[in-house]
Design a protein around this ligand. Structure first.
Ligand code: CMP
Length: 138
């Protein structure tokens, strides 16, 4: 599965009207979109998705935010997809994100940072399966 990764356009970016511009940049960067849909997660669904962070001090803030509005969830295909998507997103903290990255352009803070991406092939498979059924992947 090293050609697939999982991404989220987070509620801050959707609310700001940036989802279309972000999707354009994703396809311009050579990704194929294999799955895409709008979701508005419950707090419980968001807690399940970010369960790995449940001991972190920002867990409540993170899951509150992620369930505060509509997200776009994405299954993305490209060679070395996990790294390619992380490179396009930029650093988690937008203050540290490189010029030309999505977080540099669209993120406002470390919490409201516009996009999410899987950190490994293993987690990409788990995260895609959390939001998509096989039928929803083309
Ligand atoms: P993401 O890639 O979605 O994975 C976990 C998220 O936790 C991360 O992006 C950030 O948005 C968020 N996060 C990380 N560190 C902090 C922090 N110090 N305060 C608030 N949110 C954080």
């Amino acid at each position: 599965m090293n050609n697939l990764t999982f991404g989220i356009i987070k509620p801050d970016a959707v609310r700001a009207g940036n989802a279309g511009a972000i999707i354009q940049k994703i396809t311009d960067a050579g990704f194929k979109i294999r799955g895409m849909k709008l979701i508005h997660q419950s707090k419980a669904q968001s807690e399940g998705f970010y369960a790995v962070h449940k001991e972190r001090p920002f867990f409540s803030e993170l899951t509150e935010f992620m369930s505060s509005g509509v997200c776009v969830v994405l299954a993305l295909e490209k060679e070395n997809a996990v790294k390619a998507w992380r490179d396009l997103m930029g650093a988690t903290n937008p203050a540290e994100a490189a010029l030309g990255t999505l977080r540099k352009e669209f993120a406002t803070s470390i919490g409201e940072n516009a996009v999410h991406g899987s950190d490994s092939d293993e987690n990409a498979a788990i995260e895609i399966a959390y939001f998509f059924s096989k039928l929803e992947l083309v």
